[in-house]
Design a binder for this molecule. Sequence first.
Ligand code: SF4
Ligand code: SF4
Length: 82
Amino acid sequence: MGAAYDGRHMASSRPVPKPVIDTNRCTGCGWCVPTCHLHLLSLERQGWEKFSVLSDMDACTGCKKCAVRCPFGAITMVAAAH
Ligand code: SF4
Ligand code: SF4
């Protein structure tokens, strides 16, 4: 009967939530950068501040490691509409 229970984590038919970085919260501490095993995050200077930036949204697997690591709650996982 039910195999329903293990399909949820990797459901490919659903949009994968991707990290959205709130620059109002991001302090540029850089903690999230090494958590991404695909090296998709980097600190970029914007004016006199630094923020974390996701370089390749499509490559991101949505693993959430960066969001969990951020001590300032600056990274929110958001499912894109398409
Ligand atoms: S861990 Fe959070 S606050 Fe630090 S650079 Fe990354 S997004 Fe910004
Ligand atoms: S969700 Fe995972 S793959 Fe995507 S940027 Fe964060 S750590 Fe990298």
